[in-house]
Ligand binder design. Sequence first.
Ligand code: GTP
Length: 980
Amino acid sequence: MPKARVYELAKQFGVDSKTVLEKLKDMGEFVKSSSSTVEAPVVRRLKSAFAADNSSASSQTSKSAQHSQHQGASHSNSADSHSPKPGNAPHPKASAPKPGANHHAAEQANPVHESAHADAPKPGMPHPGPKPGQGRHQGQGRSHSSALSKQEEAIRQGLQSSDPRIQEAARRAQRELEEKKTSGESRGESRREGGSRPSGARPGPRGERGERRNAPKPGATPRSRNTSSEKAPRPGNNPFTSHQGMHVPTPNDIPRPHPMARPTVNNSHGRNGRPGARNGRPGQGVGGRWGHSRAGQGAGAAGARHFGAGAPHTDNGPAGHGGHGGPGGRPGRGRGGAAGAFGHQGGRSSKARKNARRAKQQEYEEMKAPVIGGVRIPSGHGQTIRLRQGASLADLAEKINVSPASLVTVLFHLGEMATATQSLNEDTFQILGEEIGWNIKIVSSEEEDKELLQQFDINLDDEQDMDDEDLVPRPPVVTVMGHVDHGKTRLLDTIRKTNVSLKEAGGITQRIGAYQVSVHLNGEERKITFLDTPGHEAFTAMRARGAELTDVAILVVAADDGVMPQTVEAINHAQAANVPIVVAVNKIDVPGANPEKVRGQLTEFGLVPEEYGGDTMFVDISAKKNINIDKLLEAVLLTADATLDLRANPNMPARGATVEARLDKGRGAVATVLVQQGTLHVGDAIVAGTSYGRVRAMLDENGNSLTAALPSRPVSVLGLTSVPTAGDLFLVAPDDRAARQIAEKRAASERAAQLAKRRKVVSLEEFKEQFAKSEIDMLNVVIKGDSSGSVEALEDSLMKIEVSDEVGIQVIHRGVGAITQNDVNLASVDKAVIIGFNVRPNRQVADLAEREGVEIKYYSVIYKAIEDIEAALKGMLKPEFEEVVTSHSEIREIFRSSKFGNIAGVMVQDGTVKRGTKCRIMRDGVVTINDLEISSLRRFKDDVTEVEEGYECGINLGDFNDIQVGDVIETFEMREVERK
Ligand SMILES: Nc1nc2c(ncn2[C@@H]2O[C@H](COP(=O)(O)OP(=O)(O)OP(=O)(O)O)[C@@H](O)[C@H]2O)c(=O)[nH]1
């Protein structure tokens, strides 16, 4: 037997997944969720466990089963009517598809139809003792009761919840549960009545009975079906199965107006009151099932309009008796009831009829939707729906067009509590989806993006199956890392100055975030691309955005300083990314430099120099004096050649990553991109993150205009409509329109994700409560900067500030460009500080900020910003106090005063006793009481404010009199301590 999933088993057993999960738990099997798989042996055990349950349940109830068998002697016709099969309807009665109709048909065949229902699992089946169906039904009853108790528990918890929506859901659930219980009881009674009723005798108008059986509310239909515990155990009858009411209508199942039933003015007259009669009985046919359905009401009204006494006639007359009294005598042909409603219009166009039919069909579908926890959610009929990770009920609600509150209720009924905006895990969504008929799939943002690109025929995975002959060697891309002040920037400058072809550039190079140098190796000119933002922070920030640009890392270690904390961090980051390292032992020109020591130290971190038998290349350099830089570049190429297969396909639309981006006053958005695959051409339509545009011009680091950029080539691109973020992947789209659409769709889903995040923060009171409880304070910050690189670097650095566990920093918005009105508004709402890094607001925005009381801080150096924010965070800390003991006084004598109580005559042994200070009593070194106060202090007859060591005085402790000679009064103060 293959592995089965829990929900499949649940379906098989006709119970809900939770029951199966509980049963598995009872069996000692740990199974996580309804989508988990269960091994074949466990399935077998589970089956027998359910079977055992059923047989014990059925033996307990065999008496009643026999009783109902007896009563259900003529059940077979009604059984037929319960199981209409396409093409198998023997009689118009039997083809009646709706429960209302079934009731009726059953009634026709057997006056005690309710017991017939109970005994009729299959058409025409004889009665073999206690049936498996019955047993299972009883088993279900048990799971029902366990589910009920679970539900009751959930209700109890829900009523205690602080969330009003959950409380409301709980109240609703409670009401429903009570109703369920009461209706269960009354059903029991009515069954007894039914059993003794003489055949053919119908007490009272049938409509009444229908109403009794089917709750009159629209929402009551499925519930009344669900709770009909007398019925045979069809899946649809199990209140806890995921498929109840999820019934997909079959051709026979969808009610259609019978052609004969279509009204005309003439034939409605001809029927003389019958339409009104039929539809006047909400308890019958469609009316019975739909409660106050429009068809029933409308038809009734129309009937009355046309025939005056149509409705009263129903209650007593023979036409009413039929319920199927329309032409052809079809039982429960509810839609035929529309005749009364529309009959008077006669001349209605076929289009209008079609529309009306469609509307009715839709209404029917909606009405057919299961009622779960008192809410009605149209089934998705197993359709697949995709939600991004971290989605909430509100997101799902939006996609399936229902109200979030109803999903909260449904989830609540499944025993889980969640607010509409809380993000839920995949398992919860699956259970919920199963219940409401949707196949919910959770996709990561990467998958979502891939799917989006596939819509435009862009397949990001096609790189993996590129043919060898398409690939040509490409230059390595290098990042320089190392500890602060070990010479990273100086090295990058020296390399740029010495190796960029100065002839071409006229000696002027520009910082665009990356540059390429030429190196001669073994008589061959080779190229190396350097990323110009040194440090592992930039490297990691890029990686975090999915940009794996670096092929080789140069680790700079100053020979006069050796391995330092950030050297280790850099090693860790490079190794985590599987990037080979070349070590540049810098500052060898400095007296006291000890390159050998550096080699020895790095061995401990797995970087063993080649000369020691390892595979890491070490080069001793001086970035300042330009010593051995060429050797370092050679080492980079040799390392790349030895460890990497650096090849790319230049003959495809370009792809790569954004290295840096900024807003240029004259040229608009300028982004430096590094081509990783393909060739980027001027005129290409590109999209980078949520930015798009057409490549208007491309410039290299020397300011030269390029028409094409090959793999590993960094270029400054002009033509994007907005500024992308460093690390954003870019790609060439088939055309401008596709580029725009991709960018817009990404922006939309990003907005949705951000909104979800914000909603989470804003609406999740629990979080706030937690914050309040643990007294965590957050400093909200908005960062605006002149380039995406600086904004990212600043954000990264700020996030690393650690002042205390009690305060934290939260960047609520970041962006490139001037500080805008939006930034101020956001900061004002979220009580944030705005940090402007090399950017400023215009006059109006500055005024607005002042009016709103929003603080804007301007910086041009990162460390200054860090210092300030750190200080601000420290300022947010609650003052810290410590206790300082200020004196000890021994009680030598006790004076009793009727006015003041006991007064201690003491000798101050050390420190100074002050009036009003806190004190405690110590007897034989043990504190007998804390938190007293020196309420008065006297020397001789005089009240004094303080008494110093070595003096005697009288101390009164207010109402406290339990003192003895020999006790010591210790005074203390709480003093604020400066935080380090
Ligand atoms: N003597 C000597 N000084 C050097 C050498 N390389 C760099 N320096 C000096 O060391 C100091 C720090 O160099 P930077 O290049 O700014 O160091 P960094 O690693 O980029 O520092 P951060 O940007 O703060 O991380 C500067 O004053 C450089 O001039 C070298 O080879 N020899």
